[in-house]
Design a binder for this molecule. Structure first.
Ligand SMILES: [Fe+2]
Ligand SMILES: [Fe+2]
Length: 473
């Protein structure tokens, strides 16, 4: 097992002090990261103490330490999951060969691109979420937001460690660029679409952590299979933290659903907006928006890039071991392809359909969360159900981009789309309404905003009225 060092400038379990060049390079990057945090991290919350968990080891029990910390002083560290002895590449053309501890020359550019693309999402989400402190529904939620933010910061460190450690000067330049791009900036945007969408209300935040962080889970699962062992080990540990982000999203939306049910019952006409809540149609529209933006992150349904990532052992399928055939040279995946306003089912060779296979697992995982929300509705005798729209609906990437489909996935005309769009996706009026519910930060310990139910339990077995963020200091 690797030794954890926490008393150096950069906490790590990668023997950083044994590689002075790398240590120096990362220590030079560190103040730039901190400056980025001060400029783009949570607005108005640099001086307050927040009750946060900090990763201090990679053992399953007790990997994190909980205490108050001011976020700019958070101890962002580099932690890799323990090496698997005699690990072998588990898929593709190099199946069965020992994993790589260094970057094979022929895969250098592709691997760097994969790492940069993953790395770019981490600071992007912090930037997207930076104004939410001003409208938090409770101290509990505020703390969870900041927990997610600091851990996305640590995920950036995880990717920057790989860039600095294995990609020389190119890697260092990429690491600098990760701090230079800005979410939503037209001149130097973040790489992927969903990470340039504004998140200025808490419903969007919960949808993002439910659906977009869950894309992150599937990308990390696929990279955890990588033949490049340092990438596999770093992503395996990132998944530990990622689970909490999705918990925040799923339970956040669950609490909104619960409150919405209460308000539906309270109002004689079932008018939730009249009671100051989020009505189910608005919830559905937010869900449809963030789910479809997140589907885009998996890339094209038919992709020669995905095929070559798999062939070369760089990126596998989520939980590769549960598949029978790790070569994937045989077999086809049926994919409905838009042609002349209709859908034609094509048999796509397995390797070329790898993005779609990863997306399949993601869709199933999302459905499990939606089912849990629907159980709340069912238990209260409400017939409306939340649904995931068809994966063809509202897409901006892949074969469905540029075509119009209704939420069931049926091709429709541009005119039909224009007529129904406001029923299917959040309108400016919806967004203004949701924001109107979140005009101030609720920061009294134990108090919760009107539009959302309290959480079932506190953080780390603490009571709900614990001071999760010391807002007075
Ligand atoms: Fe992350
Ligand atoms: Fe995350």
């Amino acid at each position: 097992m690797s030794t954890v060092v926490t008393d150096e400038k950069i906490p790590n379990n990668v023997n950083l002090s044994h590689d002075p060049r790398l240590q120096r390079a990362l220590e030079q990057w560190q103040p730039n990261f901190r400056n980025w945090w001060l400029e783009m991290g949570p607005e108005g919350y640099h001086a307050q103490e927040v009750y946060l968990r900090t990763a201090i080891s990679v053992t399953t029990d007790g990997w994190a330490h909980y205490d108050y910390v001011k976020m700019p002083d958070y101890r962002w560290g580099i932690f890799l999951a323990d090496a698997v002895p005699d690990r072998r590449i588990g898929f593709g053309d190099s199946m069965g060969q020992p994993v790589w501890q260094d970057v094979p020359g022929e895969h250098r550019n592709t691997l760097r691109r994969l790492i940069v693309t993953q790395g770019d999402t981490e600071p992007a989400s912090v930037e997207q979420q930076r104004v939410l402190g001003a409208s938090c529904p409770s101290l509990y939620d505020l703390r969870n937001l900041f927990q997610v933010n600091v851990e996305e910061g640590r995920h950036l460190w995880a990717m920057v460690y790989l860039l600095h450690g294995f990609f020389g000067r190119d890697g260092r330049e990429e690491a600098d660029d990760l701090l230079a791009r800005r979410s939503g900036n037209p001149d130097r945007p973040r790489i992927l679409g969903a990470f340039n969408e504004p998140i200025d209300d808490w419903l969007s935040f919960f949808m993002f952590t439910m659906f977009t962080d869950r894309d992150g889970k599937y990308q990390l699962l696929a990279l955890a299979e990588s033949g490049f062992d340092p990438l596999s080990r770093t992503t395996r540990f990132m998944l530990t933290e990622e689970a909490h982000h999705m918990f925040v999203g799923e339970t956040g939306i669950g609490r909104v659903v619960q409150r919405t049910i209460e308000l539906m019952k309270k109002n004689p006409n079932g008018d939730v907006r009249a009671e100051g809540g989020v009505d189910l149609p608005t919830l559905q529209r937010y869900l449809s928006f963030w789910y479809t933006r997140s589907l885009d992150l998996f890339g094209g349904e038919i992709s020669t890039n995905a095929a070559s990532f798999f062939a070369s052992g760089l990126k596998g399928r989520a939980k590769e071991e549960k598949f029978q055939d790790h070569l994937a040279l045989e077999g086809f995946v049926p994919i409905a392809v838009p042609e002349n306003g209709k859908l034609e089912t094509k048999q796509v060779p397995m390797r070329t359909a790898m993005n779609e296979i990863l997306r399949d697992g993601y869709v199933e995982d999302c459905q499990r969360g939606v089912d849990r929300w629907n159980k709340l509705l069912e238990a209260e005798g409400i017939s409306t159900r939340l649904t995931l729209p068809s994966r063809r609906f509202n897409r901006e990437q892949g074969i469905y981009a540029g075509h119009r489909f209704d939420p069931e996935g049926t091709p429709i005309t541009e005119a039909a789309w224009a007529a129904k769009q406001a029923d299917w996706l959040p309108s400016p009026a919806d967004r203004a309404y949701v924001k109107s519910l979140q005009q101030r930060a609720v920061t009294k310990p134990g108090e919760v905003a009107h539009w959302i139910a309290p959480p079932a339990k506190g953080i780390n077995a603490l009571p709900l009225d614990f001071v999760y963020v010391r807002t007075d200091g």
